[in-house]
Design a protein around this ligand. Structure first.
Ligand code: SDX
Length: 444
């Protein structure tokens, strides 16, 4: 029997199968309970509606496991983040982004030969079809780069028909490699277009992060060699953003993919969802907030606003649906931030002292302590990205670039599941009951 009834099936039924009993309308219903390798057990409600005529109700999915996955595990209370079992701290301290991509896609860290092969495959797909350049000229120069990303990434399915058949594992793999390879190129093109500079082609002699900095910051008029310290910091930032379990944009990609939509269209849907300020747009919003606060003296006023229920203002870069402890990525991000600021001589960035003071004040304030609101990955990333030379409007684009491997790995895991079905939630309907049509002349 599959782990969760009619969907992904890897956790086989065991003789000592745990179960739960639901008493409803004087009847008892037994619901199977499944155990993961780590983390909370789940109650399988696949048959609940068929057996009881009831739906469950969980807007925001605070208590709902939407799928079974082997990719990423988060323990919000412990502030733990594992990718295929490896702690994010160890991947960030010892590895690089491309090996993390291999780990997420194929389940294991690559050996030297596998890494070289994977790197070569990605490198060979970094260019985009030359005709894609024309898409950009259709956008206003001041278009938000995320608007461009949604459009151009979705349009990849108009060019790469040889990797859109999701029933062909070879095409799924090529589409995965293409997405990882082309996102930096498209992101750099969106940046170059917004500043009126010519597009820069990828260089096959550079590593992934260096190549991205090259495509963003080199100009035809002079030689440009990416700073290895900044390239290492960029690579580290990509690792921190690679995947994060079933967050809003990943769930969007899975739901889009569950209908059989092609991978490029699914990633475009994920980019659209990530753009929201409650999600990936928070890094852009967090820096704007720090700039609006302006000085340490103004912090108490903004903390008061954040606590005021009648004020929609929230501390951007703070709080998380899952982490009720420090986001482990934020800890690494803060260290990365200081290193980059020092390397570029921007350690006088006025936003940094405001961020550090705000973090200290918030972490001592009862309101935030009681609600377990800690800085998340977006709190320091904006300061770091600005120091790397990116405008605020590019921050979420960089998040999308890095998260593409997580989206595509989660999509691939879903597509490869023989029990995969289209996602189709139900609802609690509170609208009008059935009523007869009223002719226009009879309406009040
Ligand atoms: C990302 O899911 C992921 O994994 C996402 C992500 C990933 O890698 O994919 O980690 C990336 O999106 C990080 C989060 C970035 N967003 C922000 O920084 C925006 C600011 N944060 C929030 O809007 C909020 O914390 C969320 C959206 C992140 C989480 O919202 P929840 O889980 O729905 O929590 P909630 O809104 O129900 O808040 C619980 C309480 C509320 O107060 P009470 O009604 O209990 O009195 O905490 C308060 C909220 O008002 N609260 C905040 C706050 N966040 C929550 N109050 C002030 N400032 C905040 N930032």
């Amino acid at each position: 029997m599959s782990a969760s009834g009619g969907s992904q099936g890897s956790a086989p039924a065991t003789d000592n199968q745990k179960s739960s009993t639901l008493r409803l309308d004087d009847k008892e219903h037994t619901l199977p309970v499944y155990q993961g390798s780590i983390g909370p057990d789940v109650i399988d409600i696949t048959r609940l509606y068929g057996d009881t005529g009831y739906f469950t109700f969980d807007p925001g999915f605070t208590s709902t496991a939407s799928c079974e996955s082997k990719l990423t595990y988060i323990d919000g209370d412990e502030g733990l983040l594992l990718h295929r079992g490896y702690p994010i701290e160890e991947l960030a301290d010892n590895g690089n982004f491309l090996e993390t991509c291999h780990l997420l896609l194929y389940g294991e860290l690559p050996n030297a030969a596998q890494f070289e092969d994977f790197k070569q495959r990605v490198t060979m797909h970094t260019m985009v079809h030359e005709q894609m350049h024309r898409f950009f000229t259709g956008f206003r120069r001041d278009a938000h780069p995320m608007a461009i990303m949604v459009g151009v990434v979705g349009a990849l399915s108009a060019f790469y028909h040889d990797s859109t058949d999701i029933t062909d594992p070879v095409q799924c793999d090529i589409a995965s490699i293409r997405m990882i390879a082309k996102m930096p190129t498209i992101a750099a093109m969106a940046f170059k277009y917004s500043i009126g500079q010519p597009f820069t082609y990828p260089r096959n002699d550079l590593d992934y992060a260096s190549n991205f900095l090259h495509m963003c910051f080199s100009v035809p008029c002079e030689k440009y060699e990416p700073d290895p310290v900044l390239a290492a910091a960029m690579d580290n930032i990509f690792i921190l953003h690679a995947d994060h379990e079933q967050n809003a944009s990943t769930s969007t990609v899975r739901l889009a993919g569950s209908s059989g939509a092609n991978p490029f269209a699914c990633i475009s849907a994920g980019i659209a969802c990530l753009w929201g300020p409650a999600h990936g747009g928070a890094n852009e919003a967090a820096l704007q907030m720090l700039e609006e606060i302006g000085s340490v003296d103004n912090i108490p006023e903004y903390v008061k606003k954040a606590k005021d229920k009648d004020d929609p203002f929230r501390l951007m870069g703070f709080g998380h649906r899952v982490y009720k402890n420090y986001d482990p990525r934020a800890v690494i991000m803060q260290k990365n931030c200081h290193e980059v600021l020092e390397a570029v001589g921007a350690d006088k960035d006025p936003a940094l002292p405001v961020a550090m003071a705000l973090e200290k004040i918030a972490l001592e304030d009862e309101y935030f302590v009681e609600r377990k609101l800690y800085p998340n990955i977006d709190f320091y990333s904006g300061i770091t990205l600005r120091a790397l030379g990116f405008p605020t409007s590019m921050f979420t684009v960089l998040f999308a670039l890095a998260r593409t491997v997580g989206w595509i790995a989660q999509w691939k895991e879903m597509i490869e599941d023989p029990d995969q079905r289209i996602g189709r939630p139900r609802q609690l309907y509170t609208g009008p009951a059935k009523r007869p049509y009223v002719k226009m002349e009879d309406r009040k």
